[in-house]
Every structure is written in structure tokens, then in C-alpha cells.
Design a binder for this molecule. Structure first.
Ligand code: NAD
Ligand code: UGA
Length: 463
């Protein structure tokens, strides 16, 4: 059997590498328009940092896994075609700022229709608004070369930083479709390593909607605990203690209750806004407002954090040096999309702070590019002032100690393990006084740092 995947990003690359690893008899071809990305997949320096991914790719690459830009050829040769292209929030036209931009999905469907002969199974791997499969089916049915298609929805639930474990041992795989035979073909692939009882099958629309719903529920939990963190700071309660106390109730459960500077990542915000847009489209105003609040709370949390830094540092950070630890949206990934760090850094830059940023996995070019985007409007325009501030007031360094040297404060924005094991006596000795620490991840040992002499401010803890 031959399969291909259009889109070699954070989902297409790892997902297909895992299928290739677990199914040596299936030939897997991953294609993308982005030559640099494909070159990176074929090199020793993969474009996606994920613990354990190197080994998975190394095992499958010489055997049954190919990365290339030969999209037409891959489609023509395959029995099953996954579409795993990006579905970002629209930045223009109707639904701008909310609806999903389905341009890339539609282009893929048209290309598949144009190139295919015989029968193909087309699998939606990207996260899509419910009923997108209807449009995909209509476009595919316009093929004039006699090709026939089944469309399946098979959303991906991996989380970045744990993608390899999530793919090896998922809570469930979800497959929605109309044709029993097509569904069984895909079930058989996953059943090579996943117990069949964990492979759920549903109709197309339930599958599409379950993906948006899962992300909305997960993000809602983070916003819920973050909302409580604000109340903890005001009252003397400790958000970690509250999370533990409620999380031991088996109906609530302990996971996803870690208060933070705000959730980031390419999907939570995009998918909730997409859900909000869909609800509005179907005239469900109250439902839309309910879910939109999850995003508003997250914006509030990010803003609250940077405001707390300014307020605590005597209402001005102008010309003060702040060492920023972490820029990725969570640990163990090089992904910065929608990272809370983008917005906290933007706010501090606009307060004229001097930032020294260190992230173990995010390169300088990426950080500078992201800050410019964070300071730009929807049309991509950045003011001269912001551009100059990024140029002159932001330094990227390659070491946590250098980031903290001579700083008035350090701000922990990503929960990288290595930040926990810094020698804080050394850090303290190199900093200005008072030595402020703003822990946006509740990562550091407050008692230890306080004893050393730091003034520590953490999420959901009164200072
Ligand atoms: P990504 O931006 O990393 O990768 C998408 C890739 O598709 C890009 O490399 C792009 O060049 C390529 N592409 C776009 N149009 C193309 C075309 N016509 N032909 C060939 N290649 C094309 O995106 P991602 O993070 O992998 O996400 C992909 C989808 O999976 C999204 O819908 C996302 O919501 C969903 N998803 C993402 C995650 C995650 O952790 N990132 C998890 C689950 C689901
Ligand atoms: C999330 C979901 O967990 C995946 O199931 C889903 O497939 C994926 O989105 C997607 O569709 O893209 P991901 O965004 O990679 O995965 O990472 P998460 O672990 O969910 O973290 C998201 C954000 O929430 C991070 O910024 C993280 O730091 C934050 N978070 C998470 C918290 O602040 N507190 C928590 O308790 C959990």
C-alpha cells in the first residue's frame, strides 16, 4: 500500500514518520511546497524539534519514508492521501480574525482532483470547521478523469513536545467517514500498533467537530485555572494548592490545571475562534460568547502578567534590563506560534525595557521575526518606533546566566527543565538589587529563591 501526506509540518512530519516506522510494508511519501522544510527533513537537523523524533525518522527514512516536493507524483501514486496543511485564522475579508482560512485545504482538494486516477481515499488530518468534508467531496467529485474518492476525517490529537509518545500510545484515534470500507482501511493501518478498542469511528461531522471541541475543552481548563489564579493573587490562596485540591476529585481530574502566563501554540486560540465563528454562523450567539470568553481570559492573563512586572518594578521598566527565560509556547518544542512570550515581550518592549532573551531551542532569527510580527497590525505593518525598539533593546543570548547578568529582573515564560537547575546563587550575585523574579510557569522553588534574596512573584500566589 502507498500513502502520501500533503504538508510536512508539525503534524504531517511526525505523524507520517510514525506510520512509516510502525508499518514497514506501507510506503509513505510526505510532500510540501516548502523546499527548505523538505531539505531539513532529509537532513540531520529536522525542522521540528520533538524528543525522540530523530530516532523515528532515522529508522523509517531509508526504508519506507520519503520527503519531497513532488506533490503531483505522490498523489498520483498513492491509494490514500492525507491532507495536513495549515488552517490558520483568516486575516482578511469575511470572518477575518475568527474563521479558518481554508485556502490551502481547497487547493489540495483541487490538486488531488486534477491528478488522480482510479480510486483514492482522502483523509482530512488538518483541523477543520465542521462540514468541511462536504466542500472537499464536492471539489473532488468535479474530477473529470474518472477518479472516485472516499473522504475520511482523522483529526490529530498529538501535543507538541510529547508528539512521539502521543503518536505511539494515543488515548484514542478518531476516524469519521461514510464508507465502511474506507474507514476499515484506515483502522487497519493504525491497528498495526494501537489496540482496536482505542480506535473510535464516527460519522464525518462528529469527527470534525470533536477535534474543535477537544481543543476548546482543554483550553477552557487552562483559562479556568488562570482565572482562579487572579483571585488567588488577590486573596492569599495558592493556585497550585487549589489545583491539587480540586484535581483530586475524580470528576475533575488533575491534568491541565497548571496555571500559567497563558496558553499558546498554533491551535487553541485558532480553533476556539473557529468554533466561535461557526456558532455565530449558525445563529448561536450565546454559545459563541461562551467560548469566546476562553480566549478573552487568556488575553487577560498574558496582559496581567506584563502589567504585574511593570507595577512591581516601581511602575517603570524603562531602560531596565529584563532577562527573559524561554520563548517557545511550551517546553520541549521549538514552536513559538502564539507563545505567551510574544505578547509579554511585546508589552515590555513598548514599556522601553531592555530584553535579553534566552530559549534553548528557538534561534535568534525566529525570535526577532516573531517579535516584529507581534508588534505588527493585521496588515503586517510595523511602526518605526517598534522596529527600532526591537533592533536596539532586544538581545538574544545562548545561556540563562548571560540573560540574567546585570538584570533588574528575570521573567520565566517557558517551563524548560534546565531553568529549574540554574545555580541561583550565581544568578543572584550577577543581578541588580532588588533582584526580581517573575515566574510565569510556577517552575522555580519560591522558598529557596526567597532565602537567597530574590523577590519572587509567581502566578496565582500572593507576593
Ligand atoms: P504547519 O504550518 O507546521 O505545516 C503545514 C505545512 O503544509 C507547511 O509546511 C506548508 O508549506 C504546507 N502546505 C500548505 N499548503 C500546501 C500545498 N498546497 N501543498 C503542499 N504543502 C502545503 O502546520 P501544522 O502545525 O503541521 O498543522 C497542520 C494542521 O494540523 C492544522 O490544521 C492544525 O490545526 C492541525 N494540528 C496541529 C497540531 C500541532 O501540534 N501543531 C496538532 C493537531 C492538529
Ligand atoms: C494541544 C492539545 O493538547 C493537543 O491534543 C492538540 O492536538 C493540539 O493542541 C493541536 O490541535 O494543535 P499543544 O498546543 O501542542 O497541544 O500543547 P498543550 O500541551 O496542549 O499546551 C498548549 C498550551 O497550554 C501551552 O502553552 C501550555 O503551556 C499551556 N498549558 C497547558 C497551561 O498553561 N497549563 C496546562 O495545565 C496545560
Amino acid at each position: 500500500m502507498k500513502i502520501c501526506c500533503i504538508g510536512a509540518g508539525y503534524v504531517g512530519g511526525p505523524t507520517m514518520a510514525m506510520i512509516a516506522k510502525q508499518c514497514p510494508d506501507i510506503s509513505v511519501h510526505v510532500v510540501d511546497l516548502n523546499q527548505a522544510r523538505i531539505d531539513a527533513w532529509n537532513s540531520d537537523s529536522l525542522p521540528v524539534y520533538e524528543p525522540g523524533l530523530d530516532a523515528v525518522v532515522a529508522e523509517a527514512l531509508p526504508r519506507n519514508l520519503t520527503f519531497s516536493t513532488r506533490v503531483d507524483e505522490a498523489i498520483a501514486e498513492s491509494d490514500m492521501i492525507f491532507i495536513s496543511v495549515n488552517t490558520p485564522t483568516k486575516t482578511f475579508g469575511v470572518g477575518a480574525g475568527r474563521a479558518a482560512n481554508l485556502e490551502f485545504i481547497e487547493k489540495c482538494a483541487r490538486q488531488i482532483a486534477r491528478v488522480s486516477t482510479g480510486h483514492k481515499i482522502v483523509v482530512e488530518k488538518s483541523t477543520l470547521p465542521v462540514r468541511t468534508a462536504e466542500a472537499v467531496k464536492r471539489i473532488l467529485s468535479s474530477a473529470d478523469n474518472g477518479a472516485t474518492f472516499d473522504v475520511l476525517s482523522n483529526p490529530e490529537f498529538l501535543a507538541e513536545g510529547t508528539a512521539v509518545d502521543d503518536l505511539l500510545n494515543p488515548d484514542r484515534v478518531l476516524i469519521g467517514g461514510e464508507s465502511k470500507q474506507a474507514i476499515e482501511t484506515l483502522v487497519d493501518i493504525y491497528a498495526n500498533w494501537i489496540p482496536r478498542e482505542r480506535i473510535l469511528t464516527t460519522n464525518l461531522w462528529s469527527s470534525e467537530l470533536s477535534k474543535l471541541t477537544a481543543n476548546a475543552f482543554l483550553a477552557q481548563r487552562v483559562s479556568s485555572i488562570n482565572a482562579i489564579s487572579a483571585l488567588c493573587e488577590a486573596t492569599g490562596a495558592d493556585v497550585d494548592e487549589v489545583a491539587r485540591a480540586i484535581g483530586t476529585d475524580s470528576r475533575i481530574g488533575p491534568k491541565f490545571l497548571k496555571a500559567s502566563v497563558g496558553f499558546g501554540g498554533s491551535c487553541f486560540q485558532k480553533d476556539i475562534l473557529n468554533l466561535v465563528y461557526l456558532c455565530e454562523h449558525f445563529g448561536l450567539r450565546e454559545v459563541a460568547q461562551y467560548w469566546e470568553q476562553v480566549v478573552s481570559m487568556n488575553d487577560y492573563q498574558k496582559r496581567r502578567f506584563s502589567e504585574r512586572i511593570v507595577r512591581t518594578m516601581f511602575n517603570t521598566v524603562s531602560d531596565k534590563k529584563i532577562g527573559v527565560l524561554g520563548f517557545a509556547f511550551k517546553k520541549d518544542t521549538n514552536d513559538t506560534r502564539e507563545s505567551a512570550a510574544l505578547y509579554v515581550c511585546r508589552d515590555l518592549i513598548r514599556e522601553r525595557a531592555r530584553l535579553t532573551i534566552y530559549d534553548p531551542r528557538v534561534p535568534e532569527t525566529q525570535i526577532r521575526h516573531d517579535l516584529a510580527v507581534a508588534c505588527s497590525d493585521l496588515q503586517g505593518q510595523i511602526s518605526d518606533i517598534d522596529r527600532k525598539l526591537i533592533e536596539n533593546n532586544v538581545t538574544i543570548v545562548h545561556d540563562g546566566y548571560v540573560a540574567a547578568e546585570d538584570a533588574h529582573a528575570i521573567a520565566v515564560l517557558t517551563e524548560w527543565d534546565e531553568f529549574r537547575s540554574l545555580d541561583f546563587d550565581r544568578v543572584y550575585a550577577s543581578m541588580q538589587r532588588p533582584a526580581f523574579v517573575f515566574d510565569g510557569r510556577n517552575l522555580l522553588d519560591r522558598d529557596k529563591l526567597t532565602k537567597i534574596g530574590f523577590e519572587i512573584h509567581a502566578i496565582g500566589k500572593s507576593s
